[in-house]
Design a protein around this ligand. Sequence first.
Ligand SMILES: Nc1ncnc2c1ncn2[C@@H]1O[C@H](COP(=O)(O)OP(=O)(O)OP(=O)(O)O)[C@@H](O)[C@H]1O
Ligand SMILES: [Mg+2]
Length: 249
Amino acid sequence: MSAPVFSIERLDKHFGGLHVTQGVSLALHTGERVALIGPNGAGKTTLINLISGVLRPDAGRVQLHGEDVTHQSQAARVRAGLVRTFQLTTLAQHLPVQRQIELALFEREGLTSRLWKSMDTYPALTQEALAILEALGLLAFAGLPTEALAYGEQRLVEMGLALALKPKVLLLDEPMAGVPKAEGVRILSALRTLSEDLAVLIIEHDMDLVFSFAQRIIVLAEGAVLAQGTPDEIRANPLVRAAYLGNEE
Ligand SMILES: Nc1ncnc2c1ncn2[C@@H]1O[C@H](COP(=O)(O)OP(=O)(O)OP(=O)(O)O)[C@@H](O)[C@H]1O
Ligand SMILES: [Mg+2]
């Protein structure tokens, strides 16, 4: 198999006496769809924080395109194509939806010092923002303040912000959290329109989404990888059923 676009090796993290990440290794190949599942408090978000540079690991390393980025800043990782979304929404509520995406594009292009210029100066960025909104089914909301959107639609705007950064590896922390089931369908269809060469690692408790979206599933329990495999292998794994899936079916 080709070299992974992204990997972590034996990542370790303690919070005081709590050993929350215990020698976790995983790798993603170009275009792969992988889900990270596990009980509350298993250390899933901590792992994303370690990967994206929000937290520093006590040991282990993070590699992107074969390069060690363990000691790089979050911003440097984003520039290299490693982009994450957050478990809780972080949008500026008063800003129009299209403007939020345009600001992310400005940031990507290093143009933030020129925000005093009219957006008309950068028609290509406006077009790109509209294309992102269209792909996510949000075009009708472009001019509305974010707070006017349903929560599920806001989560899609967040996905748009991440996509504006042109990721190679996208880390999604519970895109369905707090989203009513009826709106969840839109999130799943947006996930399906993501570029085929984008590698996606998704944390999610919604097992319908996990089992329909992921090609491979990694199960984290008490900070360590309990199992990984295809959806069928994971569904049939007695350890996983006992630790997590037991109540699902
Ligand atoms: N900054 C922190 N300081 C101390 N303990 C923390 C910190 N962040 C997380 N923890 C603890 O680390 C453990 C793992 O938390 P984490 O948020 O990574 O779990 P999770 O798998 O994302 O859970 P959930 O499914 O509920 O989102 C928990 O016991 C949590 O209380
Ligand atoms: Mg979490």
